[in-house]
Design a protein around this ligand. Structure first.
Ligand code: GLU
Length: 494
């Protein structure tokens, strides 16, 4: 593992293509690169690979940057911040790629190809029919100078292809996967510059990894088959290639490719579903890497101090939405109450009925300790706490009558509650509970029955945070009012 020691002057990059919104896999790649840069005091660069003009999705770049912002993955060079190796949008670097590709043509290492779409289609069909290896048949590689001149004079569209060596092997010493070797004869003469003047991914990625002085390329495993092409191109251009590390695939718990049915796939959907960015980061750190064999909850500094490719797995990583939800609950429990209240606020504004708004922050701060333990997602809170905010509770009055009670005993229980609560010297949960227990005994009702009735009256629910703390937060007046309403509704409910 001598290669791993090259950790001075680390420069790594995250190179999203704005052809879709960022998903979990993209951001795991960004995160691992970022951690690696932090670990080695290096630079983390964001480069937008927008060379596939037909597939650009409006808003995709902004969504990628917003996802990085949300997760606290900051970058040293790239969009918005600039840097000494810019521009960081490939569409603004076309002349650089063109010049390098032209040089390769001049040196006989690349060539212009004039084949039309129709010809290539026929070629592919023929290859499929005769079960030959598919790929460009190198027709234009062998054109004479006269034939070339004629094609140029005809003025048809052309592309620049790389002349891949026809024999020999290309090998990469991948920092995660070890030595991987390809026979050059299986690599076809891939395109460097397309007919619209844009480079292909291969051309642009090699050029920019070199010019931006990238030391390590850490990317998804799906790019491993492209690596021999990149190495060939680095060599032809006289570049010293970076080191490569291909990160393991991410699968769902059923070991199929991660998709919507395993939970959200787009990163910002997790924010909208009420996940904390700290929890998602912690979770993603463990998708393919581990600190040791057991630690799940890790501080950012622990991860940065210990992050390394030695503990990145080769085997596919499993994305377990349930574990993420569990972890989110753990993080919610650890948050200071004020912070949690601030994070909950937008979800209440969004999730509570209009008449409950605006939410009073001080009131919310008193609710937070009652729900913090039980909250797994910030989106749970509106439903869980709605009764704290409602003016009128909507429930079937029959629910006030607990098992083994009738209407009269339920009414008697509510009347006793009214008396105790009105007479209580201070409205605090401990004395309140003590007084109400005595009242329950006086009526020969079990605490389960008596408090069940009271709970439904005060909250409209059968299950709530601890009843007496809840009532203390609701306040004496509101509780008395609700009990009065419950009595009237039960009285009228014949
Ligand atoms: N633009 C490629 C992507 O979106 C990046 C591949 C690479 O990192 O080389 O996945």
């Amino acid at each position: 593992m001598e290669k791993l020691t090259r950790t001075d002057n680390v420069r790594v990059r995250f190179a999203p293509s704005p052809t879709g919104f960022p998903h979990i896999g993209n951001i795991r790649t960004a995160l691992f690169n970022w951690l690696f840069a932090k670990r080695h005091g290096g630079k983390f660069i964001v480069r937008v690979e927008d060379t596939d003009q037909d597939r650009l999705v409006p808003g995709a770049t902004d969504a990628v940057l917003a996802a990085l912002d949300w997760l606290g993955i900051d970058w040293d060079e790239g969009p918005r911040v600039g840097g000494p190796f810019g521009p960081y949008l490939q569409s603004e670097r076309l002349d650089i790629y063109q010049k390098l590709a032209d040089d390769l043509v001049d040196r006989g290492l690349a060539y212009r190809c004039y084949c039309t779409e129709e010809r290539l289609k026929e070629m592919r069909e023929e290859q499929a029919r005769s079960k030959e290896r598919t790929g460009y048949d190198r027709l234009c590689r062998n054109l004479s100078q006269d034939e070339r001149n004629r094609k140029e004079d005809e003025g048809g569209r052309s592309v620049i292809r790389f002349a891949v060596p026809k024999s020999g092997v290309t090998a990469v010493s991948d920092l995660i996967r070890g030595e991987v070797v390809w026979q050059n004869e299986v690599l076809d003469d891939f395109i460097l510059i397309k007919s619209d003047g844009f480079p292909t991914y291969h051309m642009a990625v090699v050029t920019d990894d070199h010019l931006m002085e990238i030391s390590h390329v850490m990317r998804a495993e799906e790019w491993l088959p492209s690596t021999p092409r990149h190495l060939q191109l680095h060599q032809a251009l006289g570049f010293d290639p970076p080191q490569f590390a291909h990160l393991p695939m991410i699968l769902g718990p059923d070991r199929s490719k991660l998709s919507k049915r395993h939970g959200a796939t787009f990163v910002l959907d997790y924010r909208d579903q009420g996940f904390l960015h700290e929890a998602l980061v912690n979770f993603l750190e463990l998708v393919g890497w581990s600190l040791d064999d057991h630690t799940e909850i890790m501080t950012p500094s622990t991860v940065i101090e210990n992050f390394g490719l030695e503990r990145v797995n080769k085997a596919p990583a499993i994305f377990d939405y349930e574990k993420l939800t569990w972890m989110n609950g753990m993080y919610i429990r650890q948050l200071p109450e004020e912070d949690l209240a601030d994070r909950i606020m937008p979800f209440l504004e969004d999730g509570l009925p209009k008449e409950c708004l605006p939410v009073d922050r001080d009131y919310l701060l008193r609710i937070v300790p009652l729900i913090q333990e039980r909250t797994k997602l910030l989106t749970d809170v509106a439903e869980m706490s709605e009764f704290f905010f409602q003016t009128d509770l909507d429930f079937d009055p029959q629910r006030l009558i607990q098992k083994g009670m009738d209407r009269q005993t339920a009414l008697a229980a509510l009347a006793a509650c009214q008396t105790e609560i009105s007479n209580a010297k201070i409205f605090e949960h401990e004395p309140l509970e003590a007084a109400l227990r005595v009242a329950a005994t006086g009526l020969e009702l079990s605490p389960r029955q008596f408090f069940g009735t009271l709970r439904v009256a005060a909250t409209g629910r059968d299950a709530t945070p601890p009843l007496f703390e809840t009532m203390e937060v609701l306040g004496r007046e509101r509780v008395l009012d609700r009990i009065q309403q419950a009595i009237s509704r039960l009285g009228d409910s014949d």
